[in-house]
Design a protein around this ligand. Structure first.
Ligand SMILES: Nc1ncnc2c1ncn2[C@@H]1O[C@H](COP(=O)(O)OP(=O)(O)OP(=O)(O)O)[C@@H](O)[C@H]1O
Length: 247
């Protein structure tokens, strides 16, 4: 059964069409890279999966069941600037908020919750900073906190919005390796990124989006420059085509 299955999805925002007839699926064990130009609707697609924007039509199924806001265990790593970093809480308390749905509003965290937080921090190599106020962290450390927060719920599906933006190479590699391991463990990952090289190297499959899905396939299959030109609206001389060719 498909971990995530989207059919004929249409989303309008501000009275304008943003997503049109989007079909997309992610199987367990896949790391799907979602690529497209600015304004293509990538974030909107992730938000639609989470039930954060209303859809005009279409189906979004998780493990065969219609996705329901707040009810479906999906790990979400938002773009860093979308998160409130000025709450006076520690790194581990921030990661614990990833389990809020499971904790409910009133129940105090139990041993299992702290255990999950510790494991998630270990996976992003942040255990040494667990008691630091989260507002004191660097951009790359904050990105790792967001990934740990999403992992704290042990989700079968992870949605990653631009997880590599502004990271140094070692941190990119750390997270890229972690995402690949998570896929190999049988999770389903859908990742938006503008880092073409990272996407071509780490994704098991790519989906190109510009309002609609313009192409999909394994990175080795998507070498036709016309597809990339059409999706990104670039000319023959674009550096983007050189990157695709070289990767
Ligand atoms: N709340 C909103 N109201 C109206 N239009 C919106 C809203 N949010 C996004 N849009 C529009 O929807 C389109 C898709 O935006 P979205 O953020 O999903 O694109 P994206 O592919 O993630 O872009 P980027 O690569 O720049 O992050 C854009 O044209 C944007 O202006």
């Amino acid at each position: 059964m498909r971990a995530l299955d989207i059919a004929d999805l249409n989303v309008d925002l501000g009275g304008r069409p943003v997503l049109r007839d989007v079909r997309l699926h992610v199987e367990s064990g896949e790391l799907v890279g979602l690529l497209g130009p600015n304004g293509a609707g990538k974030t909107t697609l992730l938000r639609a999966i989470l039930g954060l924007v209303s859809t005009r039509s279409g189906q979004i199924r998780v493990d065969g069941e219609p996705a329901r806001r707040g009810r479906t265990p999906i790990g979400y790593v938002p773009q860093r600037h979308e998160f409130s970093w000025d709450f006076p809480i520690s790194v581990e308390q921030t990661v614990l908020t990833g389990r809020t749905g499971r904790l409910g509003l009133l129940r105090r965290p139990r041993v299992a919750d702290w255990h999950a937080v510790g494991e998630a921090l270990d996976r992003v190599r942040l255990a040494g900073l667990r008691n630091r106020p989260v507002g004191e962290l660097s951009g790359g450390q904050r990105q790792r906190v967001l990934v740990a927060r999403a992992l704290a719920l042990s989700p079968r599906i992870l949605l990653l919005d631009e997880p590599f933006t502004g990271l140094d190479l070692p941190t990119q590699e750390l997270l890229g390796d972690l995402f690949s391991s998570l896929a190999q463990e049988g999770r389903a990952l859908l990742m938006t990124t503008h880092d073409l090289v990272a996407a071509l190297q780490s994704s098991t499959r790519l989906v190109l989006l510009n309002g609609r899905v313009t192409a999909e396939g394994r990175p080795t299959e998507l070498r036709d420059p016309e597809v990339w030109k059409r999706t990104f609206g670039v000319s023959d001389q674009s550096a983007l085509l050189k990157l695709v060719k070289a990767a």
